[in-house]
Design a protein around this ligand. Structure first.
Ligand code: SF4
Length: 382
């Protein structure tokens, strides 16, 4: 079982909080699609044995692709890789790209799941975020998607926004629930370096929410969505009736994934690679027939720590069997787990280690406490 991620490194404009890899210069978009196709072909020889269950177009903004460009990419994947009969093909899209015409074209090309970046239903907030859409576009996008027959919709929302009150957040949650999507992703705003947001915060022009406010909003998110029938299956992801994202779930469960495009990562259970996060370098290298990648072989410590960090965020937790395949922890490690259990932040079954609802608020801190450091390397570096 494997997934294929394709990074489309273009956006209509730069959102004020975003540090993902993309360009707003679209003049070489068709050249980029040609080189993405070339990377798809070059990597095929090493991935021939895999059957792909999912294709995920992320970015950037995949919905800026023209229909022929999307067709070119999907066709190239189909020609070069084995796909499952029930392959999930997800496309991240901006609400203002979701016209009836675009949606019908995407559906015809085989896209069967949409992840729509709503982020907020408040036009003032969308404005300082420098989003390219307004709240009305989100409502249209969802209506159009349903009209065209998309029945796997995921909607994204953000919390922890400056000056956001609990009442406002509740109002936003009720609005998203009213749209009745199968899946909701909700992320807390973070201040990333080298973004407009970080500059405004440093200059005192914007005050972001503090940890207590973020925790309150997170708790309201979890309880409100639970009441509406959404299951929290990962810290930031909620689904009704088992409509989990197949692509992200396989990644969280440690499956193999192929990454295509600038800044994309891939993992084959032994090695991990990541492509250059620079569009020009990516194009130059691919034109010469080179993969613009850095490859690293994962040590047992890397595998153990990654497994923990990702697995603990999910409702399935981390499997002890797969965790202990990499490393057998010592008594002290088990004592740390026990201490968290006593504090009702962690649960253990015979097979799994899981976080409790209270533990999910501290997921990253708990995972990093349980990381095991390779002291032999640490000593040799010293
Ligand atoms: S559309 Fe998405 S990827 Fe593009 S700038 Fe905005 S948040 Fe970043």
């Amino acid at each position: 079982m494997a997934g294929c991620y394709i990074h489309i490194p273009f956006c209509a404009q730069k959102c004020s909080y975003c540090d993902f890899h993309f360009s707003t210069n679209h003049t070489y978009q068709s050249e980029m699609v040609d080189m993405l196709c070339k990377e798809i072909e070059i990597r095929a020889k090493d991935w021939k044995q895999e059957q792909f269950e999912t294709i995920y177009f992320g970015g950037g903004t995949p919905s800026v692709l023209t229909t022929p460009q999307l067709d070119q990419l999907i066709s190239r994947v189909k020609e070069n890789y084995q796909l499952s009969n029930s392959v999930e093909i997800t496309m991240e899209c901006n609400p203002d790209d979701c016209s009836l015409e675009n949606l019908s074209n995407w559906k015809e090309l085989g896209v069967n799941r949409l992840s729509i970046g709503i982020q907020s239903f408040n036009d003032e907030q969308l404005k300082w975020m420098n989003r390219s859409h307004q709240a009305a576009d989100s409502l249209n996008a969802v209506r159009n998607a349903k009209e065209v027959g998309f029945d796997e919709l995921s909607l994204d929302l953000m919390y922890g926004l400056p000056n956001m009150t609990l009442e406002e957040w509740k109002e936003q949650l009720l609005q998203i629930i009213a749209l009745n999507p199968e899946h909701i992703s909700a992320y807390c705003l973070t201040v990333e370096q080298k973004t407009a947001l970080s500059k405004w915060v440093k200059e005192g022009k914007l005050v972001v929410s503090n940890n207590d406010q973020q925790s309150e909003q997170f708790e309201l998110l979890v309880s409100t969505l639970k009441e509406a029938g959404y299951e929290q299956y990962e810290i930031s992801n909620f689904a009704r009736n088992g409509h989990y994202s197949k692509h992200n779930t396989s990644y969280w469960k440690g499956a193999t994934y192929l990454g295509i495009g600038p800044s994309a990562h891939g993992y084959n259970q032994v090695e991990r690679y990541w492509n250059q996060s620079n569009n020009r370098t990516y194009l130059t290298e691919l034109k010469k027939g080179h993969l613009p990648e850095t490859v690293e072989t994962l040590t047992p410590f890397d595998r153990f720590n990654e497994n923990l960090m990702i697995g603990l965020r999910t409702k399935w937790g981390v499997s002890k069997q797969s965790l202990f395949e990499s490393i057998s922890p010592d008594k002290e490690w088990f004592q740390i787990v026990k201490d968290y259990e006593d504090k009702k932040l962690v649960l253990q079954t015979e097979e799994q280690i899981l976080l409790t609802p209270a533990g999910r608020l501290l997921a990253d801190a708990i995972a990093s406490d349980l990381f095991i450091i390779d002291t032999s390397t640490a000593l040799s570096v010293l």
